[in-house]
Design a protein around this ligand. Structure first.
Ligand SMILES: Cc1cc2nc3c(=O)[nH]c(=O)nc-3n(C[C@H](O)[C@H](O)[C@H](O)COP(=O)(O)OP(=O)(O)OC[C@H]3O[C@@H](n4cnc5c(N)ncnc54)[C@H](O)[C@@H]3O)c2cc1C
Length: 481
């Protein structure tokens, strides 16, 4: 029977969108005593949630804009994820060099970090390093006017793996999740949302499903979901882009964060999956939402920042392994600069419907539980688990910091994979962090798909073509316009 054909006529809850927000809602709903279906138009996490900076962080910079509640909440969630998913969310030491005559000064930074430490309730983790120690922990730092550095701790993850773990856990708890299935149109009867028309992008099959409640968790697409009631906030899509370099060209012992010399925006670089990640930009995105791409000016901006901090690194764009861009679902609060726009989530409701967008990867659990608390008012059978209930019921073998290899990819072929790019860009990040788009792994990966998924030679050739074309369009740093 087809995937859509196997669905029941009605579910209690339909979640639209398989990014971190939808996956978090799905995971919590699946253990809340209701039947839940999640549909994702493309692959899980393929929207914004695979293209973040991968930091599970308190957001030190939000202290500057007075968003204390957001920082405290984010630090709390970071600590919880470090405890509950230690395989997937790992501590990350940050060094932030300080320079004489350049803000922020030593006093401001130490005060900010004192607060940051207090929010984590784990005691003091940050400390000040004098200039000689700073240059020792981060060799190559710009020496002119170097005052020292502050050292503190945040965390990092693999955003795609986090989404997948939530989807997987939700399915283990009885929820159903379908990737490559879009909600084409919400259905309404008697002024109430009562379901959706679904379409399977793989087979072209369509059908309608009834739902007691629909949650729109479509991220940056949340204000365009066809057939939804009025009330969605106006979104301000903000693009952020990153470059990945071979670690040998940019070896960093830990993360380094600093302010861009041109506009004083925070930028950072850190070791990730055998490469070094450099990011990020923050610009109004007016192009197509489905295929955001880094632009040449953004790459130049990041390289300029790196050249200022680590002048001897001498990196140029052709050193990069890959580039990627994502679009932040930020609510338009009228801020003049993109970086000043708040990263808080927004929620709206009408009969049979809840919408939720915005927020951060780090705070997905809070956003999900807020949405489900609102859902419970319309769906009394929904009983949210206690806030203290652990997210995952078993440890998993994840390795967000390690270089991907064939064994890892082979072990993930069964994770609802439809295309080669699902495997090489999301279930594993090989296509971003290995040379030449992981070309050396394409044939052996296809061989694993032949054995485990039954792909024939024609399908393998088509998948290889699709992946290479997509990579060239979206991730090739040499082709930036
Ligand atoms: C450059 C950048 C860096 C960031 N860095 C960090 C960071 O380091 N730490 C942090 O905490 N946060 C970070 N964020 C923020 C974080 O990534 C986002 O807030 C989060 O990923 C948004 O998740 P989402 O689920 O709301 O949206 P998405 O991940 O976009 O998910 C929405 C999904 O809905 C699907 N969809 C759309 N329409 C339909 C439909 N009709 N039917 C079915 N499915 C549909 C889309 O395909 C998409 O997959 C960053 C964001 C960006 C862009």
């Amino acid at each position: 029977m087809s995937r859509l054909g196997a669905l029941p006529a009605k579910v209690d809850l339909l979640v639209v969108g398989g990014g971190i927000t939808g996956a978090g809602i799905f995971r919590e709903a699946a253990r809340a005593g209701v039947s839940v279906l999640l549909v994702e138009a493309r692959d899980y996490a393929s929207g914004t949630s695979s293209w973040s900076s991968k930091l599970v962080h308190g957001g030190l910079r939000y202290l500057k804009t007075g968003e204390w509640r957001l920082t405290a909440e984010s630090v709390h969630e970071r600590e919880r994820l470090l405890r509950e998913a230690p395989d997937l969310v790992r501590p990350l030491d940050f060094v932030m060099p300080l320079y004489r005559g350049i803000k922020p000064g030593k006093t401001t930074m130490r005060l900010g970090l004192w607060l940051y430490d207090r929010f984590s309730r784990g005691g003091a983790r940050s400390r000040f390093l004098p200039a000689t120690d700073a240059s020792a922990v981060q060799p190559g730092l710009r020496a002119e006017r170097l005052l020292g550095a502050v050292r503190y701790q945040d965390a990092y993850t693999d955003d795609c793996r986090l989404v997948w773990r939530l989807i997987d856990q939700g399915q283990r708890d009885g929820g159903r999740a379908l990737n490559y299935v879009a909600a084409e149109q919400l259905l309404q009867a008697r002024d109430r949302v009562c379901g959706a028309a679904l379409r399977d992008a793989e087979t072209g099959e369509s059908r309608e499903i009834e739902a007691g409640l629909v949650i729109n968790a479509a991220g940056v697409w949340a204000d365009t979901l066809p057939g939804q009631p009025a009330g969605a906030p106006r979104l301000r899509p903000l693009r952020g882009s990153h470059l990945l370099f071979p670690q040998a060209r940019l070896p960093l012992p830990q993360a380094v964060g600093w302010l861009h010399p041109r506009d004083r925006r925070p930028v950072f670089a850190y070791p990730w999956q055998g490469a070094t990640l450099l990011g990020t930009t923050d610009l109004d995105h007016r192009e197509d939402l489905w295929s955001p791409r880094m632009q040449r000016a953004e790459a130049d901006y990041l390289l300029e920042a790196l050249d200022w901090l680590l002048p001897s690194a001498g990196l140029v764009l052709t050193d990069a392994l890959s580039s990627y861009a994502g679009v932040r679902p930020v609510v338009d609060d009228g801020a003049d600069k993109p970086s000043a726009a708040s990263r808080e989530s927004a929620q709206w409701a009408s009969p049979g419907f809840i919408g939720v967008t915005g927020g951060k990867l780090t705070t997905f659990r809070v956003t999900a539980r807020q949405a489900l608390r609102a859902a419970a008012q319309q769906l009394p059978a929904l009983r949210l688990a206690a806030d203290s209930a652990p997210l995952f019921d078993r440890p998993a073998q994840e390795s967000p910091g390690e270089t991907p290899d064939l064994a890892q990819i082979r072990a993930r072929v069964g994770e609802q994979v439809f295309h080669l790019d699902d495997l090489l860009l999301r279930r594993s990040r090989a296509g971003l962090v290995l040379p030449e788009a992981a070309e050396a792994l394409i044939e052996p990966t296809l061989a694993a798909c032949q054995t485990q998924l039954g792909w024939d030679a024609e399908r393998c050739a088509a998948e290889a073509g699709r992946y290479r074309d997509y990579w060239r369009r979206q991730h090739d740093p040499r082709g930036l316009a």
